[in-house]
Write a protein that binds this ligand. Structure first.
Ligand code: GDP
Ligand code: MG
Length: 297
């Protein structure tokens, strides 16, 4: 169960050197209240980043996230150091008027750009701390219908500032057929509204295995995820992280059951470098030019 994360095996040779020096990676979670954002963070952190925890009693409910908060961990693999931060945002959608609920989130992302710019402008630029958000998981309610107006508004506010990765929350509440149809519908909505989600760049001269892995990941977007704090017993006597139902167990770490493993693989292994690059070269650069323009520079 406890595999390692795999970031030390980044597939692209060119990236290895920068990675050896040690680096920072920040992921943010955004979406309506109750969609399992905090649980998924815990699920991401729980396997490879922390030793297994005592399972929570079934009655234990996670307190509501009320402020933007970040959780960090230093992990090391094969001599590569990674400082991983996850930014948890309070859920929205609870209020009659949710019009501006995207604003504090965009402000948080931009203030991280600001702090980076300030460091770049210093005389001594040796120790720049990169707290920029490199990926944003956007949680979609598992309705099986189309995207909500609120989702479209949020994604349109966010997509020019952060690498958006849409995920279908609580995928254990949908059947396999419903997930396939819902994914197609979501991608159509996203295209229709000209929302830019993170797309893996395609490289030439990659080996077959790398290309196959890239294709496999791309085919899963939006990732149908299941989070769980609990270890449960399967019918065949294994102990797994999952959610138990009268008819059986949905296993978080089983690729036949949900896309959690693929999502983690994309974030911390296959595309971590690409996510960092696009954040720096495109998103941050665009923000910086807009800022300079608005200041009349
Ligand atoms: P947040 O408000 O988005 O942070 O949501 P929480 O992580 O606090 O979870 C809200 C509720 O949904 C809790 O009771 C969780 O146990 C439950 N939950 C979280 N993830 C899942 C999931 O993947 N499937 C199901 N069925 N329930 C989940
Ligand atoms: Mg929460």
């Amino acid at each position: 169960l406890m595999g390692y994360v795999g970031f030390a095996n980044l597939p692209n040779q060119v990236h290895r050197k920068s990675v050896r020096k040690g680096f920072q990676f920040t992921t943010m979670v955004v979406g309506e209240s109750g969609l399992g954002k905090s649980t998924l963070i815990n699920t991401l952190f729980n396997t490879p980043l922390y030793p297994p925890k005592e399972p929570l009693p079934p009655s234990a409910e996670r307190p509501k996230t009320v402020a933007i908060e970040s959780i960090g961990a230093d992990i090391e693999e094969n001599g590569v150091r990674l400082h991983l931060t996850v930014v948890d945002t309070p859920g929205f959608g609870d209020f009659v008027n949710n019009d501006d609920s995207w604003r504090p989130i965009v402000e948080n992302i931009e203030s991280r750009f600001d702090s980076y710019l300030e460091q770049e402008n210093r005389v001594n630029r040796q120790k720049i701390v990169d707290n920029r958000v490199h990926a944003c998981l956007y949680f979609i309610q598992p309705t099986g219908h189309s995207l909500k107006q609120l989702d479209i508004e949020f994604m349109r506010r966010l997509h020019t500032r952060v690498n958006l990765i849409p995920v279908i929350a609580k995928a254990d509440t949908l059947t396999d057929e419903e997930i396939v149809a819902f994914k197609a519908r979501i991608l159509a909505d996203i295209a229709h509204h000209n929302i830019h989600i993170f797309q893996a760049p395609s490289y030439e001269n990659e080996d077959e295995e790398t290309l196959a892995e890239a294709e496999e990941i791309a085919s899963k977007i939006p990732f149908a995820v299941v989070g769980s704090d609990n270890v449960v017993d399967t019918k065949d006597g294994r102990q797994v992280r999952g959610r138990a139902y009268p008819w059986g167990v949905i296993e978080v770490d089983n690729e036949e059951h949900c896309d959690f493993v693929k999502l983690r693989q994309m974030l911390v292994r296959t595309y971590m470098e690409e996510l960092r690059e696009r954040t720096n070269d495109v998103l941050y650069e665009n923000w910086r030019s807009e800022k300079l323009l608005s200041m009349g520079v």
